[in-house]
Design a protein around this ligand. Structure first.
Ligand code: GDP
Ligand code: MG
Length: 598
């Protein structure tokens, strides 16, 4: 299609307002998938996303559309992930589009995320078309939704297209609005090539499939391309567009969205945000906005059963093929044996990896407390970067430490500020700043230690704002910090996997939390078990698991052998999932409990 007949757009919405359902309906309307093959929520290809209602990997789909005016259009729907961990991916997807559909649930109206999403779209200078969804609901209030779109978002509420993505009512009007209201892309197909990479996926047969938006020039089969940040060259094997399946084309011209296959082995060999140019006739400079995906959260992953280690290694290798931001290296623990130290983009990323390892690969895992990376300056002038408590140096040699800070932006209805402020201060927040972007809403800007954010800030924020608080952050660098290593001892023996690096102010609450959780989860033994939290040799928290006297089988009458045996077998099975520290068996759930905050 020529540029005038191309539209590139994304859909953004508060969670559950119907983004995925609307996407499905548009795909279906354009006849890209047959009714029979239609799988609900096509774009959320991972089951995890379906369950959590979030889209983790962005993807694009090209929809052929014949408009009311009889003209043929190529509509490229670019999907975006919906979580702060992936905000860079979102920004690259949005940079590939000219406009967005902003979905608002007719029964819920404008919500925090609606606003946060709108801001992001405006930051990328995108045209925004509001869509009011779920008009089939009895509780739908379309006039009120229009009013909120005008008053709270500053958009034209009368222009909003009111639809039911579920029944399909009026959804064709959305496609017309895309054609009529969103601008066509610009760019010169004859200029030196600049194509923005906004996603990459691993295909076992073709290697990495790279998703691009061609900004300038033309990308064609046989061309030698150059990754401007990566510095590598490849030969283009195939270009084309996605229509659920890949459809090969001769070329992709400025303004188009599609894929490139160029013998790139793993997803880690590409960088989202990088610019592809022509090796023979390169562009003068890459497209703006490139940022290297850098892990900020670290945790060690151990198999519960020691003999699962090779399977864990294998599973991580497979996940890595499709996830450039996952990094890992071998690690070992006295308590837990062999495992891997892994780096993640954020906590959600960590959870997604953990869930995939457990569900797709059938592994049972123990993760250590997530940590950030600290700078440690020693008296002798050396500087260390440490994210693993195991490598924390002798405190006597430490001059000072620094920890990473983020600038968080929290958007919420005004009524929640009284609950959010204390939360931020409790998390060692600094430089709070209030902004009133529109009536009734507050934007709180606050500098927070990343370590506090990854602990459980997001969950707590959701709780205190009843889901209305939206949260985004950017790294702002390192600041001085009073760091200590907290160790957990069980009967005097350090459980290395439970050690953590924490701010001295937080050491005692975290130690209390850990010893109490262990007390509740470590089964009683014939002897008393002392559980302690310590900084160096100083004990700062303690609890005790009392001795167990009774014989577990005494409850069963002497004659009932089978019942007795069953009980003993159950105990044995339970033991397999235990880790022995000294002479104390610690169950997997104890490790997990320490990880969880209250
Ligand atoms: P997303 O989180 O924005 O992707 O939202 P989904 O598309 O997953 O939709 C969230 C829920 O709303 C699902 O249970 C959908 O079936 C439902 N839903 C979506 N659109 C409509 C609609 O037009 N009417 C009704 N009644 N339900 C809808
Ligand atoms: Mg969805």
């Amino acid at each position: 299609a020529d540029k005038a007949h191309t539209r590139n757009f994304s859909i953004i919405a508060h969670i559950d307002h119907g983004k995925s359902t609307l996407a499905d309906r548009l795909i279906q309307l354009c006849g890209v998938v047959s009714e029979r093959d239609f799988q609900d929520q096509m774009l959320d290809s991972l089951y995890l996303e379906r369950e959590r209602g979030i889209t983790i990997k962005s993807q694009a789909i090209t929809l052929p559309y014949t408009a009311a005016d009889g003209e043929e259009y190529e509509l490229n729907l670019i999907d975006t992930p919906g979580h702060v961990d992936f905000s860079y991916e979102v920004s690259r997807a949005l940079a590939s589009a000219e406009g967005v559909l902003l979905v608002v649930d007719a029964s819920q109206g404008v919500e925090a995320q609606t606003l946060a999403n709108l801001y992001m779209a405006l930051e990328h200078d995108l045209e925004v078309v509001p869509v009011i969804n779920k008009i089939d609901l009895i509780s739908a209030d379309v006039p009120e939704a229009r009013r909120q779109i005008s008053d709270e978002l500053g958009l034209d509420g009368d222009e909003a297209v009111a639809v039911s993505a579920k029944t399909g009512e009026n959804v064709p009007a959305v496609l017309e609005a895309v054609v009529r209201l969103l601008p066509a892309p610009t760019g010169d197909p004859a200029a030196p090539l600049q194509a923005l990479i906004f996603d990459a996926q691993y295909d076992p047969y073709r290697g990495t499939v790279i998703f691009v938006r061609v900004m300038q020039g033309t990308l064609r089969q046989g061309q030698t391309i150059h990754f401007m940040h990566g510095g590598t060259d490849y030969r283009v094997e195939e270009v084309g567009v996605m229509q659920v399946k890949r459809i090969a084309k001769k070329e992709l011209r400025a303004g188009q969205v599609g894929y490139v296959v160029a013998g790139v082995k793993t997803v880690a060999d590409t960088n989202i945000g990088d610019t592809i140019t022509d090796a023979e006739r390169p562009a003068a400079e890459p497209l703006p906005g490139f940022r290297e995906a850098k892990p900020v959260v670290f945790s060690s992953i151990y198999p519960v059963a020691t003999d699962d280690y090779p399977d864990l290694a294998d599973a991580l290798e497979k996940l890595k093929l499709n996830d450039a931001s996952l990094i890992y290296q071998k690690d070992s623990s006295q308590a837990l044996g062999f495992g891997f130290r892994c780096g993640f983009l954020g906590l959600l990323h960590l959870e997604v990896v953990q869930e995939r390892l457990e569900r797709e690969f059938g592994l049972s895992l123990i993760l250590t407390t997530p940590s950030v990376r600290y700078n440690i300056f020693l008296h002798d002038g050396t500087q260390l970067e440490i994210e693993n408590p195991a490598y924390y140096p002798d405190p006597a040699g430490i001059d000072y430490c620094e920890e990473p800070f983020v600038r968080a932006s929290i958007l919420m209805p005004e009524r929640y500020i009284g609950a959010v402020m204390p939360l931020c201060l409790d998390r060692r927040g600094e430089n709070t700043n209030l902004n009133y972007p529109n009536p009734g809403r507050v934007e709180l800007s606050v500098d927070l230690p990343l370590a506090e954010v990854i602990y459980d800030f997001y969950d707590k924020l959701k709780t205190v704002t009843q889901g209305y608080g939206s949260f985004d952050y950017e790294m702002i660098g390192y600041r001085r910090s009073d760091l200590v290593r907290l160790d957990i001892l069980v009967n005097g023996e350090k459980v290395d996997a439970l050690s953590m690096l924490v701010h001295s102010e937080k050491a005692r609450p975290r130690a209390l939390h850990a010893v109490n959780k262990l007390k509740d989860t470590i089964p009683r033994q014939q002897f008393k078990i002392a559980i302690q939290g310590a900084i160096g040799s100083k004990i700062i928290a303690r609890s005790t698991v009392n001795a167990y006297r009774k014989d577990v089988t005494s409850k069963c009458y002497g004659g009932d052998v089978s019942r007795k045996r069953k009980l003993l077998e159950k105990q044995k099975a339970g033991k397999k999932r235990m880790k022995l520290v000294g002479n104390v068996p610690i169950p997997q759930k104890a490790f997990l409990a320490v990880l969880q905050s209250d």
